[in-house]
Ligand binder design. Structure first.
Ligand code: UDP
Ligand code: MG
Length: 341
């Protein structure tokens, strides 16, 4: 029997009874953390050796300087690669690095969750970083410093994105603007390069939804959240794993998994139609009684506007209920307790 109060966290086991022990275990915060660096990899055979050297260097330095505990490790997550990625990970595995392999391509966000869940029992803090070295691994030092000062979440924020294409910059900017308008708080210029304390990771595992959009969920975790700024570089090797269509997919996921406002808009469009129908009613009647109309026009005009209005409002009302169901089935935690005495 494992007495570790953290063990309720298995892939499926969540929302278990929680004792005060759980809170102290999740909060266990060593000023010198045992750090896991989680790297999602999809066909990154060229990038991995370069990244590994860099990360090993950073982790070694931080260990020697006494900022992280020995036993800190890199965890590679092979997200169903079809090239030699797993072979490369196997070769790199040893003192500093290990890996897990997903049985198929599950997606970037899922790969991150898999890596973090794997790290949860044994590490005090987790940094997630892309395999392509676009994020500056040196920023990890600053993240760890902020963790030691009590932060639960440290976001890596790109100072400028001049290394990304014009299109990627524009689309990202518009996307985040739209998200904010739809009522979803996202941290600007932040991708999935961040540090999470063990507690934040434990809390994150309670978000059991299938459509994962971590950038929207992590701000909901609360606790102390800080920023670290860095320069974003170019991809070290290989091609982007987010081609255009996949990017759109990701954006749609982001919007629809956080906001039911698009559905609600239907109701208001329907309302606008009904109001217009009123105006049309007056107009049509005037024309009708002045005898300038063809037979049947009056009733057609009225029914088109009126019926469309009613239909849209009806859809909006149904949508409102579906939206409620949608929010319910996600079973997101209602609140998080941050202390208990
Ligand atoms: N990735 C993954 N699974 C996927 C897509 C991407 O694990 O289905 C990984 C990829 O290997 C990389 C990270 O997610 O480490 C981010 O992808 P990429 O750098 O290609 O995205 P971009 O920076 O172009 O947005
Ligand atoms: Mg990249």
């Amino acid at each position: 029997m494992n007495e570790d109060p953290m063990t309720p966290y298995s892939a499926a086991g969540r929302q278990k009874e929680r004792s005060a022990d759980y809170y102290s275990a999740a909060k266990r915060r060593n000023a010198i953390p045992r750090l896991a660096v989680v790297v999602p990899c999809l066909n990154e055979e060229e990038a991995l050796p370069i990244l590994n050297e860099k990360l090993t260097g950073v982790l070694n330095r931080l260990t020697v300087e006494g900022n992280i505990a020995s036993g800190s490790r890199i965890i590679y997550v092979d997200d169903g690669s079809t090239d030699r990625t797993w072979q490369v990970i196997t070769d790199l595995a040893g003192q500093m690095a290990g890996g897990i392999r997903l049985s198929r391509n599950c997606g970037h966000q899922e790969a991150l969750m898999a890596g973090m869940e794997t790290a949860l029992p044994d590490f005090d803090a987790v940094v997630t970083i892309d395999a392509d070295m676009q994020d500056d691994a040196e920023a990890i030092a600053e993240m760890v410093r902020m963790y030691s000062e009590g932060a639960d979440v440290v976001y890596g924020i790109r100072r400028d994105r001049s290394s990304d294409s014009w299109f990627k910059r524009m689309s990202a900017k518009e996307f985040y603007r739209m998200m904010r308008r739809l009522g979803v708080e996202c941290v600007g210029n932040h991708a999935d390069f961040r540090l999470l304390s063990r507690r934040a990771v434990a809390d994150l595992m309670d978000y059991s939804e299938r459509n994962l959009f971590l950038r929207g969920i992590i701000p909901l975790l609360g606790g102390r959240q800080e920023n670290v700024y860095y320069e974003r570089g170019r991809r070290a090797a290989g091609k982007t794993k987010y081609p255009f269509l996949k990017m759109i997919d990701f954006a749609v996921d982001g919007i629809t998994s956080f906001s039911v406002r698009p559905v609600r808009m239907l109701f208001f469009i329907g309302l606008a139609f009904m109001l217009t129908a009123l105006g049309i009613f007056i107009y049509v009647m005037v024309r009708h009684f002045s005898g300038e109309t063809i037979e049947g026009w009056t009733s057609l005009m009225l029914s088109i506007w009126f019926c469309t209005g009613i239909l849209l409002m009806g859809l909006g009302i149904i949508g409102e209920y579906i939206g409620k169901i949608y929010i319910e089935v996600k079973r997101r935690p209602r609140f998080r307790i941050s202390d208990k005495i």
